[in-house]
Design a protein around this ligand. Structure first.
Ligand code: ZN
Length: 160
């Protein structure tokens, strides 16, 4: 079955940077399950998978704009520690989701100086070229419930 909008796709993938270092991989674990056409993958990868079928393998190299974006200095901000109550003990490198004007965004604590915390809302892989090796494991129609929830149920997805 062909990959097109509203179909559930299971893929195995390995993501490498330009130096060949593995940044992320599903190898040895469960395949990643997602619904095509819902922005669940980085834009360039979803585009590359459109029209592929079960059993297909592909290698794609995505510039940052098609991956996790270009580093944006405006997403770096300094806030007082007290504004982050509820985040637990703050440590450099810790990450948490916070609501912004553009929806939920992942922030990384990049520095703590006295009472001020520096938060970086850029994705850790911003500015990186993403080299994906992907194998399409299976393709099926999404159920109405999956489309309502916006995520996959069952194998590789949510259980609830
Ligand atoms: Zn659900």
């Amino acid at each position: 079955m062909e990959i097109t909008a509203d179909r559930v796709v299971l893929i195995h993938y390995t993501l490498k940077d330009d130096a060949g270092a593995v940044l992320d991989s599903s190898a040895g674990g469960k395949p990643l399950a997602y619904i095509q056409g819902h922005g669940n993958l980085v834009p360039g990868l979803e585009k590359a998978l459109e029209g592929k079928q079960d059993g297909d393998s592909l290698a794609v190299s995505l510039p940052p704009a098609e991956g996790y974006g270009i580093h944006d200095p405006a997403l770096i901000q300094r806030v007082p520690k007290r504004s982050l109550q509820g985040a637990g003990e703050l440590k450099k490198g810790m990450q948490f989701q916070a609501r912004t004007d553009d929806g939920m965004r992942l922030f990384t604590v990049t520095a703590i100086v006295a009472d001020m915390v520096t938060l970086d809302g850029n994705h850790p892989l911003a500015d990186k070229t993403l080299n994906f090796d992907v194998q399409v494991v299976s393709v099926r129609e999404a159920t109405t419930e999956e489309l309502e929830h916006g995520h996959v149920h069952g194998a590789g997805g949510h259980h609830h």
